[in-house]
Structures are given as structure tokens and as C-alpha cells.
Write a protein that binds this ligand. Structure first.
Ligand code: TPP
Length: 542
């Protein structure tokens, strides 16, 4: 085998199922190898941010690594933001960048796509990936690839592989995958016993699940643990969608002042909050009216477990969950929980559409036709997603980048074959919506709802006096045909209801619904979120 085939085989063996990419001259030889080898299918998109977001969504939905392949400089540096987002939100994306060949570096000439030095790109990616390799020697490449892919899966974070263009066809030995690192069984027992003792002594224990539960494919075990422990479960914002389809005592998503009051009280009144794989971020906890005392919580994340004032190191979440399951006593009495309720019954009349109608309309639609995985962008569409019945969702809930929704939806369909629903604001659609033009080549047919308020409305909410948040009215529905899909603009709730039905009934082409929303209209969740943030950030509020 040559180095490219070895790399592609190793990626597949570690869980990758496709490559998203855009070539350039430094990457053309590797892309030829991808096509010729046929080890992983290649999906080319239009702009590198789309490549990164699509790969990120694939990794999220399948709980394993995915691949984004780009050219040196102009390509890789164009993908910095999505990879930074994947780092922040713990999504295992393998970035493969083409690079100048060994001899080219010594010509004394500046090479095109070179920013500062030929090492600049590597240095930039060191900051946003958890491990890196430069495959300049075919003898050491298998070990380098094994190490980097193991890091990617262990840390559930992006990694960076630089492949000089003159190395792609070098003969190379196969990669031998590294085993899982050893865990100290005594530390694991001490830690899990301490957790169980804390929970047993508590009157109001609560389990909060976060992204790592999905990243490490632990949903079934965590659902079983919650049942066995008999404690209610909530998700963090970023963990929204977790445990959908699993039999778990799920109370809802914790959104602090922006969320359901009963869920907020459950978390904030808990005397033993067990957080499994939760990122302690401002989006998850900054909206708490009462500061949650994290020293009273139990926090397992990033390979360690912190209880009160001490930390057990080197304990991967999967091992902790499995050991808890083995050692937890038989179920204690489960408190009765009201199941989370979501708005249904959109009135199909001539009234203008507000974001709450979209949540109702989608809940109605999915009740009739079954659920679809959702990709949401940043903006009110993401807060609206919190009002849609709990199900698989990918969204930039912490890093909060715009431009995620459309390419992430394409990544979902590539990764699962299921038709996704994409929720995106007009501002975010202006960034990456054009990736829809790639759907017909690959047979993707997402349903896309553009929340078109002709505004960067979230920003306006925080700073209403600024007119720069105005956007012009783009005719997204009119553009759909040119991109190979169907588009319809809807101004009333009756038109929205009809368009949703029509979209579900039409397969084989993407369906874009351009939803006119009056400026100033927010989803109930975003309204509460903004009011809460303003209240909590007022001087002397806490
Ligand atoms: N650029 C990126 C890549 N990400 C961001 N989060 C921002 C800028 C800052 N930002 C946050 S929300 C927002 C902006 C510009 C406006 C979003 O507008 P739109 O997509 O139309 O959604 P809406 O707020 O109207 O719901």
C-alpha cells in the first residue's frame, strides 16, 4: 500500500465513513488517491467552512471521527473557524491538509498559499487541535497516524495531519491501532464508590448529561444508569437531543432563567448534581439566576472526575459510567416527573408567522410524519429548536458560530442517510446556505427553514439602537431553483402549514421554506434568555 491508502484505511478502521473536502494543487495528488482507492466516499463542497461543519456534524451524529480534507494555506486556513468550534464542542474531526513537497521548501522562493512561514499553518492548527502529525517520512508515518487518531478518539477533539504532496504515493506499512490507555482499577473503584455514596446521601440528586455522553457513544449506558439510580435526567444546552429514543427519566433541558421553571428548579435545588460529560460553559450555566455551587456537584468530563475539592485524574467517562452501572444499588424509588411538554397545534390562519409558530408547526409535522434529525444554526432558530420535541439535534450550542446549520445538515444526511431538517436564520444562510447547491450531486434532500427576519435579530435584541443589524430582503425561495431545489416563501401560518406538508411529500430535491418573520419577533425561549442575560448582567445583579 502507499501512504494515502494506509491513511484512508486507518481512518476507516477508526470509524470514518466519508471524506468531505475541497482540493487545491497541494492536495490534488491525495484527492486522486482518495478517488482511486475507493476506501471512503468523497463529498466535495463549495467553501472550506462548509467542509469543516459537515465533517463536524457527521462526527457528532455517529459518535465517531470524521474527515475534512483541504489544500494548504488558502484551504486549511479557511477552515479554522469550524475546527475551532469542533475543538470547543469536542467533535473529533480529522483535518488532512495537503502541503508543499519536501524539496519545494528549499527553493528559497515564497510558495503560493504561504502566509508567514511554511510552519505557520501547523502552528495555527496546534492551537485548535489536540494532536498533530506531519507525514514527511513513510517509515514513521504509521506510528504517527496511530497516535493522532487515538488522540482524536480519546479526547474527542480535532486533530491535524499534514500530508506533503510528494509523499502521497510513497510505499508504507499499515497502521497498527493503539489500545486504550490503562486505567487504575483502584482509583476507578474509589471514585465510583464516592459518587454513589454522595448520591445515596442526597435528597434531590439529579443527573445532567452533556456532549461527551454522545461523543463516547454512552447514551444507552447512561439511560440504564439513570433508571438504576432512580434519578431524574436533564440535558445541558449543548447536550440537547441526548437520550432521545432511550428509555430514561428525562425532565428536559436545563436553560436556567430561559428554560422550563420546573427543570430549572430541579437542577438548582439539587443537593447532588451529577454532571456526566457536561462542558461547564457560560451557555450551559451563565443563565443561572442562582449560581450553582459547582463544588457541591460531581463533574466527570475531559477524562477526570471532580468531587468537591478533589479530582481523580485519568478516568475516561466510559469507564466511570460502566463501573457505576456495575456498582450502583438496585433502583431506588423514582420521583414522579411530568414529561416535558412542547407546543403543538399551530393555527393555520392568515396571521403573520412568529418563531413560536415554527416550533408548533414542526412539532405537528413530526407527530404526523415521524421525527427527523435536526441541524440548527446560531440565532433564534437554535432557541426555537429548544421548543421542538426532544430528538437528535446538532447545533453550536456553546461555541455559537454562525454558518453551521446548512452544511451540518448536509453532513447529517451524508452520515446517516436520513433526511434532515435544517433551521437557519437569514444572516447565517447568507454565510453558508449556498452549499445546498451540492445536494443534487449526492442525492441529498434536506428540508430547510430560513427564519427570514431581514435582520441580525439576536444582536438587535441586545443592542436595539443600532441600525447596522438591518439586512436586506434576499429572495431565498427564488434562488432555490437555481441551486437545484424547490423554494417557497411563506408569509402566513396557513402558508407555512401547507409548505411543510408539501416539503415532506417531495423527495429527491432539497425543499427550502423561506419563512417571513416580522422584525422584533423572538421565540419564547430567546425572549427569556435575553431578558435573563440582561437581568443577570446588570450591575449588582449577583
Ligand atoms: N459571525 C459568526 C461566524 N458567528 C457569530 N455568532 C457572529 C458573527 C455574531 N452573531 C451572533 S448572532 C448574529 C451574529 C452576527 C446574528 C444572526 O442573524 P441570523 O442568522 O439572521 O439569525 P437571527 O439572529 O435573526 O435569528
Amino acid at each position: 500500500m502507499n501512504l494515502s491508502q494506509v491513511l484512508l484505511s486507518a481512518l476507516k478502521a477508526h470509524g470514518a465513513r466519508e471524506v468531505f473536502g475541497i482540493p487545491g494543487d497541494f492536495a490534488l495528488p491525495f484527492f486522486r488517491e482518495i478517488e482511486n482507492a475507493g476506501i471512503l466516499p468523497l463529498y466535495t463542497l463549495s467553501h472550506e467552512p462548509g467542509v469543516g461543519f459537515a465533517a463536524d456534524a457527521s462526527a457528532r451524529i455517529r459518535s465517531t471521527l470524521s474527515v475534512a480534507a483541504v489544500t494548504y494555506g488558502a484551504g486549511a486556513l479557511n477552515m479554522v473557524n469550524p475546527v475551532a468550534g469542533a475543538y470547543a464542542e469536542k467533535s473529533p474531526v480529522v483535518v488532512i491538509s495537503g502541503a508543499p513537497g519536501k524539496g519545494e521548501a528549499s527553493t528559497g522562493l515564497l510558495l503560493h498559499h504561504q502566509a508567514k512561514t511554511l510552519d505557520s499553518q501547523f502552528a495555527i492548527y496546534q492551537e485548535i487541535t489536540c494532536d498533530q502529525a506531519r507525514l514527511t517520512d513513510a517509515r514513521t508515518a504509521p506510528a504517527e497516524i496511530a497516535r493522532v487518531l487515538a488522540s482524536c478518539l480519546r479526547e474527542s477533539r480535532p486533530v491535524y495531519i499534514e500530508l506533503p504532496r510528494d509523499m502521497v504515493a510513497e510505499p508504507c506499512e499499515p497502521v497498527v491501532a493503539l489500545g486504550a490507555p490503562a486505567v487504575d482499577p483502584a482509583a476507578l473503584d474509589a471514585c465510583t464508590d464516592e459518587i454513589l455514596a454522595r448520591l445515596a446521601a442526597a435528597e434531590r440528586p439529579v443527573l445532567m448529561v452533556g456532549v461527551e455522553v454522545r461523543r463516547f457513544d454512552l447514551e444507552a449506558q447512561v439511560a440504564a444508569l439513570a433508571r438504576q439510580l432512580g434519578i431524574p435526567v436533564v440535558t445541558s444546552i449543548l447536550g440537547r437531543g441526548l437520550l432521545a429514543g432511550h428509555d430514561a427519566p428525562l425532565a428536559g433541558t436545563y436553560l436556567g432563567v430561559a428554560g422550563d421553571e420546573a427543570v430549572t428548579a430541579l437542577v438548582e435545588d439539587s443537593d447532588a448534581l451529577l454532571m456526566l460529560g457536561v462542558l461547564v460553559s457560560d451557555t450551559n450555566f451563565g443563565v443561572s439566576a442562582r449560581q450553582i455551587d459547582l463544588r457541591k456537584a460531581i463533574h466527570a468530563c475531559d477524562g477526570e472526575v471532580t468531587l468537591g475539592y478533589h479530582t481523580y485524574a485519568h478516568l475516561p467517562l466510559g469507564q466511570v459510567v460502566r463501573r457505576l452501572l456495575e456498582r450502583a444499588p438496585a433502583a431506588r424509588q423514582m420521583p414522579t416527573l411530568a414529561p416535558p411538554s412542547y407546543p403543538h397545534g399551530m393555527v393555520a390562519d392568515d396571521a403573520p408567522i412568529v418563531p413560536g409558530d415554527i416550533a408548533r408547526g414542526i412539532n405537528d409535522l413530526m407527530a404526523r410524519h415521524g421525527v427527523m434529525p435536526i441541524a440548527a444554526d446560531m440565532g433564534d432558530c437554535m432557541f426555537t429548536a429548544m421548543e421542538i420535541a426532544h430528538q437528535a439535534l446538532v447545533a453550536p450550542g456553546y461555541y455559537a458560530t454562525m454558518g453551521f446549520g446548512v452544511p451540518a445538515g448536509l453532513g447529517l444526511q451524508a452520515a446517516t442517510g436520513e433526511r434532515p431538517l435544517i433551521l437557519v436564520g437569514d444572516g447565517a444562510f447568507q454565510m453558508t446556505g449556498w452549499e445546498l447547491g451540492n445536494c443534487c450531486r449526492f442525492g441529498w434532500d434536506p428540508i430547510v427553514l430560513v427564519f427570514n427576519n431581514r435582520s441580525w435579530e439576536m444582536l438587535r435584541t441586545f443592542q436595539p439602537e443600532s441600525s447596522f443589524n438591518d439586512l436586506s430582503a434576499w429572495d431565498f425561495a427564488g434562488m432555490a431553483a437555481g441551486l437545484g431545489g424547490d423554494g417557497v416563501r411563506v408569509d402566513t401560518r396557513a402558508e407555512l402549514a401547507a409548505a411543510l406538508e408539501q416539503a415532506v411529500a417531495t423527495r429527491g430535491r432539497f425543499q427550502l421554506i423561506d419563512v417571513t418573520i416580522p422584525r422584533g419577533e423572538l421565540s419564547p425561549t430567546l425572549k427569556r434568555f435575553v431578558a435573563g442575560v440582561k437581568r443577570l448582567s446588570a450591575p449588582g445583579a449577583r
